[in-house]
Design a protein around this ligand. Sequence first.
Ligand code: HEC
Ligand code: HEC
Ligand code: HEC
Ligand code: HEC
Ligand code: HEC
Ligand code: HEC
Ligand code: HEC
Ligand code: HEC
Ligand code: HEC
Length: 422
Amino acid sequence: MAILRNSVRPTEASLWLMLAVLMVLFAGLAHGQTKNSCLACHSTLPDKNGVTEEQFSQDIHSQKGLTCTSCHGGDASSDDADQAMSRKAGWKGKVDRKQIPQLCGSCHSDPAYMRQHNPSLRTDQYSQYLTSVHGKRLAAGDTKVAVCTDCHSVHDLRAPSDPRSTVNPVNVATTCSRCHADAGLMAAYKIPTNQFAEYSKSVHRDALMVRGDLSAPTCTTCHGNHGATPPGIASVANVCSTCHVFQAQLFDSSPHKKAFELAGLPGCVTCHSNHGIVRPSDEFIGTGDKSVCTQCHTSGDAGYATAAKMKERLEQLATSIANADQILGKAERSGMEVSQAKLDLTQARDTLTKARVSIHSFNVQHLEADIKPGLDTAGKDYQAGQKALADRNYRRIGLAISLIAIGLVLVGLRLYIRQVEG
Ligand code: HEC
Ligand code: HEC
Ligand code: HEC
Ligand code: HEC
Ligand code: HEC
Ligand code: HEC
Ligand code: HEC
Ligand code: HEC
Ligand code: HEC
């Protein structure tokens, strides 16, 4: 028995040993595959050389299976700094600012490579960038301009659709402002640094950031994501007209189209500005202090006369609507049924909204034609209000007469009763 037992034991032990060796080997193999000595070491480094695991796990490249070596080269299986970061292992060292667009472009401009990962992703960022003021200046040796990582960040680079991405629409203006609102940095270029401050006051920023209207523009909507240039005179109108289609159509057929071109003025932004666009009011037209027309037109010329006339027409409609609204309100408060007229009045209000668009024809007849239905409706509604109030008065008089009649009857009755009692 003892002999038997002894002969079995070594076999059992060697089996366990073999299993243990296999497990160690396997674990080592698996470890070798995922080993990232770069991250392991760099996550312990301070300041600019530090890249933490938490940071890198947020990076779209890391999430898609790329590692430090995809961009920097080197040997990520070695814990030895010299070996890991040896030129022999392909380590490229620190990426020079001037080389960054090329590095990013080496993958992002390669349609065959990108298609394997995401066939719907564009591959023109680098070529677009080369046409931008940023790209052209970089090529000329100016490293203060934006390169890919200034806008996108690095090591925790997120897809633009992620609300925390530096290039998500809600963060773009802040990202650009890091340089464009920095007077010291921009001083050499002699261009304004007020774009962010102006944009922050604008109706567009308000729509995007306060009301969450993602159809409102941020910096890159007008300037392009990668081709950032100020739109030229010809393209400014196109920038605005992608969204404000009706105003643009009217402007194109207006006398200003040609006149502005001849004078070298851009279309919409001549009157509305580019960054600090505020919500216009009827005060913008006419001959008052706040009118934009009087910047160029003076008393006696045709434009001045048109400005005055258009203002008058807008005021006429606004006043008619206000009057109708007031009288309908009065009628309603005294219990009269005027809901249909009130409903019709919203149509007149729509006409006024439309009229504020059609001023862009800068043609009085055009405006008058658009305003007429509104004036008619407001007029009818005013009459409806008048009639309701007249009906109310009529009813009140009828009521008073019947009350007096009842009173008289009561008094008569009382007298009669007294007489009978007497
Ligand atoms: C054992 C630690 C260690 C490992 C492993 C390591 N590094 Fe480094 N790395 C450093 C230190 C320390 C520095 C700073 C050296 C200096 O400032 O001279 C550095 C610097 C760098 C720099 C900046 C170079 C510069 O000129 O500023 C890059 C890029 C870099 N490492 C990438 C990598 C990559 C990629 C790997 C993996 C293939 C890697 N490192 C592996 C410790 C390490
Ligand atoms: C998508 C490409 C990409 C990946 C992936 C990447 N890097 Fe970088 N890294 C860059 C670029 C580009 C720069 C230069 C940034 C700059 O100058 O604005 C840089 C800079 C650095 C620097 C120098 C920082 C400095 O300011 O001097 C270190 C160190 C570094 N990377 C380490 C790493 C490590 C470690 C990893 C992996 C955890 C990694 N990188 C992954 C592109 C990448
Ligand atoms: C080694 C190749 C490679 C390099 C170098 C590289 N990328 Fe990428 N990048 C990718 C891949 C792959 C994806 C993931 C695409 C996907 O699956 O959506 C990606 C995704 C992105 C995305 C998100 C796209 C989206 O909408 O989903 C951005 C932004 C981006 N990269 C910017 C950069 C920038 C900036 C650089 C330079 C610092 C850079 N990339 C360098 C390969 C690379
Ligand atoms: C001036 C800022 C800026 C610079 C510089 C910049 N980008 Fe972008 N990038 C953006 C913005 C903004 C978006 C779009 C966000 C969105 O879709 O709403 C974007 C989107 C992307 C995307 C997602 C796909 C797409 O085209 O919409 C990739 C990939 C990308 N950029 C790569 C690059 C590369 C590569 C470079 C350098 C050659 C670069 N970017 C330089 C601002 C910039
Ligand atoms: C890293 C700093 C930096 C960042 C970030 C940056 N820019 Fe620039 N940008 C510059 C510099 C520097 C110039 C060169 C100025 C010049 O040539 O007049 C410039 C030029 C421009 C110009 C041309 C101006 C002109 O009339 O010459 C436009 C337009 C522009 N940037 C838009 C943007 C937008 C939009 C963003 C954000 C998506 C942005 N930039 C982000 C630094 C930056
Ligand atoms: C509604 C469209 C629009 C938006 C949004 C917009 N811009 Fe502009 N931007 C323009 C136009 C148009 C010009 C051309 C100036 C001109 O001809 O009047 C311009 C000019 C510029 C210039 C050239 C210098 C100057 O001020 O004339 C820079 C730089 C610039 N914009 C940056 C920005 C930045 C940064 C943002 C975001 C904070 C931004 N822009 C938002 C339309 C826009
Ligand atoms: C990407 C689309 C888009 C672009 C491009 C755009 N806008 Fe707008 N605009 C909007 C949105 C959305 C609003 C908010 C509408 C609202 O408040 O009801 C708005 C509001 C306005 C208003 C105030 C409207 C009102 O009813 O009071 C004016 C004026 C204006 N934009 C002028 C311009 C000019 C001029 C340009 C070109 C320099 C321009 N917009 C470019 C989308 C755009
Ligand atoms: C000659 C000056 C002038 C030009 C050029 C001009 N506008 Fe206007 N715009 C005005 C005035 C004045 C108002 C105010 C109308 C009112 O509220 O009574 C206005 C109002 C607006 C409004 C808000 C009211 C509305 O709903 O229509 C928008 C949006 C607008 N303009 C866009 C544009 C666009 C886009 C262009 C270029 C295609 C443009 N404007 C060109 C003077 C101008
Ligand atoms: C930036 C300067 C400028 C502004 C602002 C401006 N105009 Fe003009 N306008 C011109 C020029 C230039 C002409 C063509 C020369 C002329 O007939 O006076 C013109 C022509 C006209 C005409 C055609 C005149 C004719 O002879 O048939 C009308 C109408 C007109 N403008 C109305 C307006 C109104 C209304 C406003 C304000 C909402 C306005 N303009 C704002 C520059 C301007």
